[in-house]
Unconditional design. Structure first.
Length: 306
């Protein structure tokens, strides 16, 4: 079996996301979750190559100093051989979110009447629908299907493609564009789309966010779904506004409750307005609307006379 190395550390809530950004280039996958009993956050990264401790400690030390954080204790260990697929299957039951039933291939079967079946292999745990952020997006899509019929949908940060497939299934005439910075994610999205019978209506591109859509005119999408972290959501707000059609809707997730004000503020500066918000544990999902007739750019600030 391929060896798996794990880098783990415990830190404060305010340091968790900055330190995870620094750790990410040194590992192949990373998770961040709250440890309630200690009022702290745990960061865990995994890699199939042994991480270089001195490089990781050096990078985290710089980030801690710049951010005014204490450098946490960093543990690097070789994990024991485990049948991860079997373990993942056991911890990944079928889940119902609105009309969507999300399950792994090990639970393949006929969906109940009125349910939209989405199969995502249990080995693809990241983006499989088991996270509160994905749940928030799926429930938002279910609500939106009763009030809009978008012709073009953008899934920015598609992961395993679960939101792309949900949009393609609930709106049979929609064309879906899926984007992710990780080429493996876009390949997985296309494979999953084909397996779920919507492959002809899902296109996937790998690259740096909205930069891969330069051939698309402004206002191309009636609906944008973006389940990523708070910081990139804020940075992408102007690009999201350009890509969103006037009168269109954006569903944003991947942000913690205490980060929702910053994400909302970044998009309000672009002229978008809050249309709904939902909390799932510590995670938030925001629904934003672009006003009809709004320009695809930042809102102009009026001059005040003295």
């Amino acid at each position: 079996m391929t060896p798996i190395w794990q880098v783990s550390l415990r830190t404060s809530p305010e340091a968790a996301l900055p330190l995870s950004d620094v750790l990410e280039p040194f590992v192949e996958a990373i998770s961040v979750f709250e440890e309630e009993e200690h009022k702290s956050w745990i960061l865990k990264g995994v890699s199939t190559e042994e991480p270089v401790r001195s490089e990781i400690v050096g990078a985290l030390s710089v980030a801690a100093t710049l951010g005014g954080f204490a450098l946490p204790e960093i543990e690097i260990e070789l994990l024991p051989e485990t049948d991860w697929l079997r373990q993942n299957r056991e911890s990944f039951p079928a889940m119902q979110f609105g009309r969507f039933l999300v399950h792994g291939s090990h639970l393949r079967g006929k969906a109940p009447v009125g349910t939209l079946n989405i199969e995502v292999d249990a080995a693809q745990a990241f983006g499989s629908g088991s996270h509160g952020t994905t749940e928030g997006c799926l429930r938002a899509i279910d609500r939106l299907s009763r009030r809009m019929t978008p012709a073009r949908v953008l899934d920015m940060g598609c992961g395993s493609g679960i939101l792309s497939m949900a949009a393609a299934k609930i709106w049979p005439a929609a064309r879906v564009m899926a984007v992710d910075i990780d080429p493996v994610s876009t390949e997985t999205t296309l494979e999953n789309a084909v397996a779920n019978g919507v492959g002809r209506r899902v296109e996937a591109r790998a690259g740096n966010g909205y930069a891969v859509l330069t051939d698309q005119p402004s206002g191309s999408y009636e609906l944008i779904l973006s389940n990523i972290l708070a910081r990139p959501l804020c940075k992408m707000a102007p690009a999201l506004n350009r890509a969103l059609k006037p009168g269109g809707t954006a569903v944003l997730s991947g942000l913690l409750y205490h980060q929702s004000a910053a994400v909302l503020s970044a998009h309000r500066q672009q002229g978008l307005v809050l249309a709904g918000k939902w909390r799932f544990g510590d995670w938030m999902t925001l629904m934003l609307k672009k006003k009809t007739g709004a320009v695809s750019g930042p809102r102009r600030q009026g001059r005040s006379s003295t």
